[in-house]
Design a protein around this ligand. Structure first.
Ligand code: SAH
Ligand code: SF4
Length: 331
């Protein structure tokens, strides 16, 4: 089922219906067509049969309660995870999944271990946002950001990711501004190129995680096809076209990519206008260990002293395995 199926269902309805229905789904955030009492009864029945609004999800709350993780089960029994991160300033970021599993096989990532089961449809991506939007509505809060940093590689399911963004961006519907979306990629250059020609100004993040080809290829097989120099050239032409900042995510893994040498090497690559580095302390998934806090501090200092724009990501929800790279679609 997709949002465009609505057009068929509404074929013999007056033209204002589509807008009215979008309002019910994306603004009133109804989860059940029985609540759509403004609609004629027969249409409500038809929608109940053909356009399901229910989401089969189990919610888990982190101890600190800033993070909730939902385990979502789709009709074919595929399971994915979606995370809500709530900040003190009333920002609420949803970290959505775009694939069941992921084909990219990064060595440090729990999702990568699953391989690719299938792509999510755009509606399945949208439903993840609606799930938490409904939950937040009860607290008189709203979703403010959507990041494609859950399970899967967005550039590997590009069309559905873009369709989901357009659905959520639609002013008649959810009405989330383009700049409130972020797409994170392991570095699939064709996707970066497509995004640079895309009309909406969404944010781009690159999972870098290593400052040279040898190490990056060991950690991320995608680097064999799209090595660093080509990746950074693609980012540079993205920046030239869009004039937008690009975030480089760099996981700090103990003894793997966190040496002083690594920091210096990274600093050389990252000292460019509109580049910024986001350091992420590794969330254990089995193979590796996170860098010590002393090492993280040192690493960050080297980048700062070299004039690189760098921040450190606060990690949410480790206690419920809702942190980056820990999503594996199981309890
Ligand atoms: N496939 C995309 C988006 C999903 S991964 C990508 O790779 O960018 C989202 C982020 O979590 C990426 O930066 C990814 O590298 C990071 N990540 C993966 N495993 C992690 C782990 N164990 N701890 C912390 N971050 C991790
Ligand atoms: Fe896939 Fe991203 Fe995990 Fe790599 S880090 S395996 S691209 S989800």
């Amino acid at each position: 089922m997709e949002l465009k199926n609505l057009a068929d269902i509404l074929a013999d309805q007056p033209s204002f219906r589509l807008k009215q229905i979008k309002q019910l789904i994306f603004k009133d955030l109804i989860a059940d067509w029985s609540l759509a009492t403004t609609l004629p009864k027969d249409l409500r029945e038809q929608l109940k049969q053909n356009f399901d609004l229910t989401i089969n999800a189990e919610l888990n709350f982190s101890g600190q309660n800033q993070t909730s993780k939902a385990l979502v089960t789709f009709n074919d029994e595929s399971k994915i995870e979606t995370v809500l991160m709530s900040h003190a300033d009333n920002r609420h970021t949803i970290c959505v999944s775009c694939q069941v599993g992921c084909p990219m096989g990064c060595a440090f990532c729990a999702t990568g271990k699953l391989g690719l089961k299938r792509n999510l449809t755009s509606w399945e991506i949208v439903l993840q946002v609606l799930l938490f939007a409904r939950y937040l509505k009860e607290k008189e809060q709203k979703v403010t950001n959507v990041v494609f940093m859950g399970m899967g590689e967005p550039m590997n399911n590009f069309a559905n990711v873009i369709e989901a963004i357009e659905t959520l961006h639609d002013p008649d519907g959810f009405n989330l501004g383009a700049r409130h979306f972020s797409i994170s990629t392991c570095g699939l250059i064709p996707g970066i190129e497509k995004l640079s020609n895309y009309s909406l100004e969404v944010n781009l993040a690159i999972s870098l995680h290593a400052p040279n080809n040898q190490l990056r290829s060991e950690l991320m097989p995608v680097n064999n096809a799209f090595p660093l120099e080509k990746l950074l050239a693609a980012v540079d032409s993205y920046i030239k076209k869009t004039n937008r900042k690009v975030m480089f995510e760099y996981l700090l893994i103990d003894g793997v990519n966190d040496t002083i040498e690594n920091a210096k090497e990274l600093a050389v690559l990252m000292k460019k206008p509109l580049y910024f580095v986001n350091l992420i302390v590794y969330n254990p998934t089995g193979n590796f260990k996170p860098s010590s806090s002393g090492r993280v501090k040192k690493f960050k200092e080297i980048l700062e002293k070299s004039g690189v724009d760098v921040t450190q990501r606060y990690s949410f929800g480790q206690d419920i395995k809702a942190a980056c790279g820990q999503l594996a679609g199981k309890q």
